[in-house]
Design a protein around this ligand. Structure first.
Ligand code: PMP
Length: 326
């Protein structure tokens, strides 16, 4: 008999899938690292388990403890699955711009969800950064995960996602493109790939309203870059420790409208029912056209599943309301 001992053992070893229609205008092969095959339907399962195991190992997380995190949903899902298997409680602090599906899904796997306003400064006591820190201080036997600055986040991708991509492409990968939020995915995968072949180019996808691209290009944290945006999962108004700018070759910014339209196009033209940051990522690949030649092998990582966006990017009334469709 071949079976996994528990659901956590099914994390990783996700497929690499060729994109056929959307990238026709590009000279190169474009392959998607298809992370929705993880049990929580996102790449975040990998780092969630790694962060928990590392915290168990050094005593930050103790038996019967409560896991507290500010999460936009996917990290919460991974943490919740691991918490169920390992016997912990979860409290997640989430911003009100996240889709209702994401909140319902977290509650479905037993987590308590606290909702905070998006459009306040990170230092405001109502912000989800501040609320999660306060809950962690007030809750006995709790552990505050802090995926933004927790090194186990990037390490999970260095140890699993990066080696998988290298092996699946027989070392032929020339470019890696991925959306950047906490930075864990790009930094972990990017570091591993550059150690195998320093010529591999690492590109981050950023949003309008986020600080990453300007900071990478100028070294200036420009508050004028910060304003509300719609795209979910990528871009930040802070500089997380997990973003290793030294291994990133460049950023390209994708508009909210393009990210939403390309999320629909991936589903309708490739049969890839994916989340909003996948739309941003594939549009970003197209924007980078001039960097690719016919010999190149481009890998783009798709973070999460379309089911979390049915009331938004997959709803044409919502798309019209936002002015993204006629
Ligand atoms: N896409 C989605 C849907 C996400 O939830 C996240 C995590 N915030 C990202 C992209 C960015 O990944 P990372 O945090 O590893 O930079």
């Amino acid at each position: 008999m071949k079976y996994a001992e528990n659901i956590l053992e099914t994390i990783g070893n996700t497929p690499l899938v060729k994109i056929n229609r959307l990238t026709k205008e590009l000279p190169c092969l474009v392959l998607a690292k298809y992370e929705t095959f993880n049990p929580g339907n996102s790449t975040k399962d990998r780092m969630a388990v790694k962060m928990i195991e590392d915290a168990e190992a050094d005593g930050r997380l103790k038996p019967g403890g409560t896991i507290i995190e500010g999460t936009s949903g996917n990290t919460g899902m991974g943490l919740a699955l691991a918490a169920i298997v390992k016997g912990y409680k979860c409290v997640f602090v989430i911003s009100d711009k996240q889709s209702k599906e994401k909140m319902d899904i977290l509650r479905a796997v037993g987590a308590e969800v606290v909702v905070c306003p998006t459009d306040v400064e990170p230092t405001d006591p109502r912000s989800y950064y501040s609320v999660s820190k306060r809950l962690a201080e007030e809750t006995p036997n709790s552990w505050y995960v802090n995926q933004y600055d927790n090194p186990s986040n990037a390490l999970a991708h260095y140890e699993s996602t990066g080696p998988e991509i290298w092996e699946q492409t027989d070392g032929k990968i020339t470019h890696f493109v991925v959306g950047v939020g906490t930075g864990g995915t790009i930094s972990g995968v990017g570091k591993y790939l550059k150690e195998q072949n320093p010529d591999i180019k690492i590109w981050g996808i950023d949003t309008y309203g986020s600080v990453f691209k300007k900071y990478h290009e100028t070294g200036v944290f420009d508050e004028k870059e910060i304003y509300p945006y719609v795209t979910e999962g990528i871009g930040e108004d802070i500089l997380p420790k997990n973003v290793d700018f030294s291994i990133i070759d460049g950023f390209t910014k994708v508009t909210d409208k393009d990210a939403a339209i390309y999320t629909q196009r991936l589903a309708k033209e490739e049969g890839m029912f994916l989340g909003n940051s996948a739309g941003a990522a594939i549009k970003g690949v197209l924007q980078l056209k001039e960097h690719f030649t016919k010999e190149d092998v481009v890998v783009v990582l798709f973070h999460d599943h379309g089911s979390r966006y049915v009331a938004k990017m997959f709803n044409d009334d919502w798309m019209r309301k936002m002015g993204y469709k006629d």
